[in-house]
Structure formats: structure tokens, C-alpha cells
Design a protein around this ligand. Structure first.
Ligand code: SF4
Length: 328
């Protein structure tokens, strides 16, 4: 499909007391028109930072986009002025966060909040914006008369619906959803996800779904990027990734490698923990946990290899024979 967003070699750094850490390292991903890309990984892997990078919302200081390109509809967002970005955010690209309260104003009614975004980005008067806001409430399944209520008068699931209404009010081309259902209980999660899936199709919005939940990926995504310590270690279509996971980390996440101590550790399919950003080992960052680790993995960072069309892996097992015998 036609390309909407192309992230190329994006690196994002944070200055900490222990020195500069790379939260995102040479990330390259694409989202086609109408497509949903899943970004999957553990907490701290760099998923949210990637999203903030796309939106140019990395807090600076201490954060900084160190290199790369974020090409949206053919233009590099990293070269835009802050004023241009304000016109793009909430209008062409919207973001939904895990906790709906972070994006809602506690002292404004819901219809005012939705109308505010419409007034900001579209050339319409208050009356028309409020009408549109009511329409959006209806679209996300909230009774129109509740538009006069304030955020605290709603349940968590309803609040996330309001956030979705705000995010879609200007019919954005790209919606970035950062764990949008994690804070909700399970039945509500399913309803909100279903709503997002339906609206994505109705509004023909492309989407980036950030999640650690493989059920959500299976349900909603077309392509998937598996993220580990700031790297996209594997990236492919959903079908390809589920049928043919190649990176040992992906295989671990999918439970296709029998766990060594299965009885003790059912919930953690992969032995060990992801290292802290300041403690990433030399060579492949996954080497302390990898059941297939080789000598070269301790010394050399694997590069991105296209194993077959559209299926990318960062692992020495697929980097070609030079790597394995070289031991460089
Ligand atoms: Fe495992 Fe080596 Fe591949 Fe890293 S590069 S995932 S350590 S086999």
C-alpha cells in the first residue's frame, strides 16, 4: 500500500546522571495508508519514546532526537518548525495515551474539549464545533447529553472513549495509540479495542498501536515491529511474524522456545530481564538471555538484514556466514 510514514534510522538519546543513554537506536519502520503497525516490547524498550519522537514531543532536555528522519507524507517532520508541528499534532497525527486523564482537562466539559480541538485546527465557529463534538460523542458511543459532564463524572472506559473522540475529531491520517487499553479492566478493554478497530476503518485512519499484548496485535495489526532495548529486532507483516518468527527474542515472546525452568516460571517465557539502558552489554543486547548465543554475539552488534521481502531481523543467526566464522 502507499506509504504514509517512514521512520529512517531514528535515534533518540537521554542525558542521565550515569551518562547519555540511547532510548531508541537507528529505528527504521514504515506505515502504509490505512495500515496498522504494532510496536511490541517490554516496558522500557523504547516504544513510547519512538512515538514521542514521531510527534516531536521528546522532552528536551533531557531528551534529544540525535539522528534520523521521520517522513510523513513525503516531508521530514524533524525539519519542521514548532509552529508547523502544532498544526500537525491533533490534526494530521493524533495520539492516545494509556491514562486518559493525562489528555483530558478536568475543568472543561467533554463537548467543550472536543470542540476546542476542532476550533484550533478547522476554520469553524463555536456553534458548529459543538455540533461536531456532539456527533463525535455519538460516534464513540457516549450519549450526547453527557457532553455537559466533566471527565471525573465518567468511568475509565468512557474517558478513553472521550479521548478517542478528541483524537479523531479532525479526522487525522495517523493515530498513535500508546497502550490505550492497559489501564482498563478486561471487558472494557475489549469494547474500547473494538471501537478503535471500527473507527479506524470508518475514518480510514492509519494507526500505530503500541502494546505489550500479543492478543491486541493479532486482533488489530497488519505489521509488527518487535522492540528490545531501543532496537527494532524484528519487523514483518503480522502473518509472517506469527508463522515464521526468526529472532530468538520474538520466538521467546511467542513461547515457541520451551522455557528452561518451565514449572517455576510459567509467566516469563524468556529467562532473565531486559537490561537497564545503562547496563546494555556489548554485542547483541539480547545476548545474556539468548538460548542461541554465539561467540560473535558478545562482541558485535548485529545489523538489520532483510531475510525475505519485508521481513527484517537484527540477529547474527541471519547476518550471513562471515559473521559466524569471523568471530571478529
Ligand atoms: Fe541471540 Fe546472537 Fe541473535 Fe543476539 S545476535 S539474538 S545473542 S543469536
Amino acid at each position: 500500500s502507499k506509504e504514509l510514514l517512514k521512520i529512517k534510522d531514528l535515534s533518540i538519546e537521554y542525558r542521565t546522571d550515569e551518562g547519555v543513554i540511547k532510548a531508541v537506536d537507528k529505528m527504521s519502520l514504515e506505515v502504509g495508508v490505512g495500515e496498522t503497525l504494532g510496536i511490541v516490547g517490554e516496558t522500557g524498550a523504547g516504544k513510547t519514546t519512538t512515538a514521542l519522537g514521531i510527534m516531536r514531543l521528546v522532552p528536551n532536555p533531557p531528551g534529544k532526537i540525535a539522528q534520523g528522519e521521520v517522513i510523513f507524507r513525503g516531508e521530514n517532520l524533524l525539519e519542521k518548525t514548532e509552529e508547523d508541528m502544532r498544526k500537525i499534532r491533533g490534526n494530521k497525527i493524533s495520539m492516545i495515551f494509556q491514562d486518559p486523564m493525562t489528555s483530558l482537562n478536568p475543568v472543561m466539559t467533554t463537548e467543550e474539549q472536543i470542540a476546542e480541538v476542532i476550533i484550533l485546527h478547522q476554520n469553524v465557529g463555536k456553534q458548529e464545533a459543538v455540533e461536531k463534538a456532539k456527533e463525535m460523542l455519538n460516534t464513540v458511543g457516549i450519549p450526547v447529553e453527557r457532553g455537559k459532564d466533566y471527565p471525573h463524572q465518567f468511568s475509565g472506559g468512557m474517558r478513553q472513549r472521550i479521548v478517542i473522540a478528541i483524537a479523531l475529531a479532525c479526522n487525522p491520517e495517523l493515530l498513535i495509540a500508546d497502550e490505550p487499553t492497559t489501564a482498563l479492566d478486561v471487558t472494557i478493554q475489549a469494547q474500547v479495542l473494538k471501537l478503535m478497530k471500527n473507527l479506524k476503518e470508518e475514518f480510514e485512519t492509519s494507526m500505530i498501536m503500541i502494546t505489550h499484548d500479543l492478543g491486541i496485535v493479532a486482533n488489530i495489526c497488519d505489521k509488527v515491529a518487535i522492540i528490545y532495548t531501543g532496537y527494532a529486532v524484528e519487523y514483518a507483516s503480522k502473518e509472517e511474524l506469527y508463522n515464521n518468527p526468526l529472532h530468538p527474542y520474538t520466538q521467546g515472546l511467542f513461547g515457541s522456545i520451551p522455557s528452561i525452568d518451565e514449572d517455576e516460571d510459567r509467566l516469563k517465557p524468556i529467562k532473565g530481564l531486559m537490561p537497564e539502558p545503562t547496563e546494555i552489554p556489548d554485542g547483541c543486547p539480547f545476548n545474556p538471555r539468548c538460548p542461541k548465543v554465539m561467540p560473535i554475539c558478545l562482541k558485535k552488534l548485529p545489523t538489520r538484514t532483510e531475510v525475505k521481502t519485508g521481513h527484517f531481523v537484527n540477529c547474527h543467526l541471519y547476518n550471513g556466514n562471515d559473521d559466524k566464522v569471523g568471530g571478529a
